[in-house]
Structure formats: C-alpha cells, structure tokens
Write a protein that binds this ligand. Structure first.
Ligand code: NAP
Length: 241
C-alpha cells in the first residue's frame, strides 16, 4: 500500500486494519486505551486540536485518504474528520457499523441522556452499566434501593452499594452468563455499538428476560464513502491503493 492514509482508530476494526497497513500509513489514537507497539505503520497518540488542527496535520503529512474507524459514539472526532477532509480537500471514508436490532423476545428501550436513564432505572434494583465511564461520576448518587455494577476499561474504587469492574472485550457468551448470574442484575445499560465483541451480553439479557436500556446513537456526518462492514471497506481500499 503506497497511498498515504491517516486512520482514526479506537475500535477493534481499526486495529485490525492498522495491522495490515505499511510504514507510509499513520494510525491515530485518542490515548484512552492501549497503544500497540507492534505495528508496521506509524502510531500517533492524542488529539489534533479540532477540525482545523486535523486539517493542518493532513496537509503537513501529505495525507491522501482519511479513514474514520472511530467508535459510533465518538461523534466529535467523526464531525472533525468530515470537516477536516473538506478543508484539506482529501476524501474521507468511514466505517458506519450498524446498530444491534431487537428481536421479538427483546425488551429494549432507548434513552437520551443521563437524566433520562436515571428515570428509566427507578423501578430496578441492580442495574449493570456497560455504557462507559459516565456512571463513575455518579457513584455518590446511587438511590437507596439500588446496587450498581459498572463495567468499564479501568477498575476504580467503589462505594458500598457499587462494584466497578475493569475489563475490555471481547466477552464470551459463557463468561457473560457467569457474570450476570454473579452480579444478579435486573437490567442492562449499554450503548448500541453494534460490535460483535460485546454482543453476547444481549443474548444473556434475552435468555434471562432482562430489559436493556440503550443510549441513543449520535448523528454522524455524511462522508465521501461509508461502509457497513470491514470486508467492503478493505476491498475498496485495495482498488484505490
Ligand atoms: P470524541 O468525543 O468523538 O472525541 C473527543 C476528542 O478526542 C476529539 O475531538 C479529538 O481531539 C480526540 N480524538 C478522538 N478520537 C481520536 C483519534 N482516533 N485520534 C486522535 N484524536 C482523537 O471521542 P470519545 O468518545 O472521547 O472517544 C475517544 C476515542 O475512544 C475514539 O478514538 C473512539 O474511537 C474510542 N472509543 C470510544 C468509545 C465511546 O463510547 N465513545 C468506545 C470505544 C472506543 P481533538 O479535537 O483535539 O483532535
């Protein structure tokens, strides 16, 4: 591959693609998770300073194609990517992973924001949060009748009526079944990431007849080309490069 690519990452798919790119490509991470040190391509870590900063980086590095493979809930960087590509006049391609779809046995409800979620959680006593770090900022506000389990990337000390689990996917069906049984949750809270690696929890919720509260997906910008899955993106890349 000899075209100069800037790959915006932070997802399993992005890392998988980064592993296939050569030294002329740049793989960019925000810096919240693990930084791989075994890639052939260049890895950079940290923000660019908004759309203008990203556009300047693209111009300075002679980038010819911007790939947005960030998480579907990372709306800011996706907005910046679309805008920066316009400013720098390079194409922007994005992986827009479809959300999970509820089946006939599922009881899924969407929430807008934290206040909305707290209102929906009121009838439950043991929510299991798998929606990121936001619940950690509210551990001092746990209602009297509730115990919270929060799973996020890093473990943190928790007050009495909470448990914080530090773990990163993929999660197997078996391990999710065991976890749900141990924490005895009565409702699951999640983003609708559409990722295969975190999907087994939905199967377990279905088996146990538990409701699932899903954060509404943010709107993402339209870009030059959008791909629903990696196979077609990879094929298009090979044709272009
Ligand atoms: P965000 O709100 O969309 O972005 C916040 C800022 O972080 C951006 O404005 C940008 O800073 C910087 N940034 C984000 N992704 C970057 C990247 N790949 N390379 C360089 N800078 C980046 O993003 P977020 O929701 O905080 O997520 C941060 C990262 O974690 C993303 O890369 C995303 O793919 C990954 N991630 C997010 C989630 C989630 O649920 N949000 C889940 C799993 C993984 P500047 O404006 O300074 O450039």
């Amino acid at each position: 591959m000899n075209r100069r690519i800037l790959l915006l990452g932070g997802t399993t798919e992005a890392l998988r693609l980064a592993r296939r790119l050569g030294a002329e490509a740049i793989y960019s991470l925000a810096g919240l998770g693990r930084v791989p040190d075994d890639l052939a391509c260049r890895v950079r870590v940290g923000g660019f300073g908004g759309a203008d900063g990203l556009a300047a980086f693209i111009a300075n590095e002679g980038i010819e194609l911007l790939l947005d493979l960030t998480h579907p809930y990372a709306a800011q960087i996706s907005q910046n990517a679309a805008r920066a590509a316009e400013i720098a006049d390079v194409p922007c391609w994005a992986l827009r992973r479809p959300g999970w779809q509820a089946g006939p046995q599922d009881d899924w409800r969407e929430f807008e924001d934290w206040d909305d979620l707290i209102r929906l959680l009121a009838p439950f006593s043991r929510p299991f949060f798998t929606s990121g770090r936001e619940p950690l900022a509210h551990l001092h506000e746990i209602p009297e009748h509730q115990h919270w389990t929060v799973r996020c990337l890093q473990v943190e000390p928790a007050p009495t009526r909470a448990e914080v689990i530090g773990a990163r996917g993929p999660f197997s069906l078996e391990s999710e079944r065991e976890l749900f049984a141990r924490i005895a949750c009565d409702v699951l809270v999640s983003k609708n990431s559409g990722s295969h690696s975190t999907e087994p929890k939905l199967q377990v919720a279905r088996e146990l007849g538990l409701p699932v509260l899903l954060l509404r997906r943010p709107a993402l910008p339209v870009v030059d080309r959008e791909f629903a899955e990696m196979g077609t993106l990879w094929e298009a890349l090979q044709q272009r490069l």
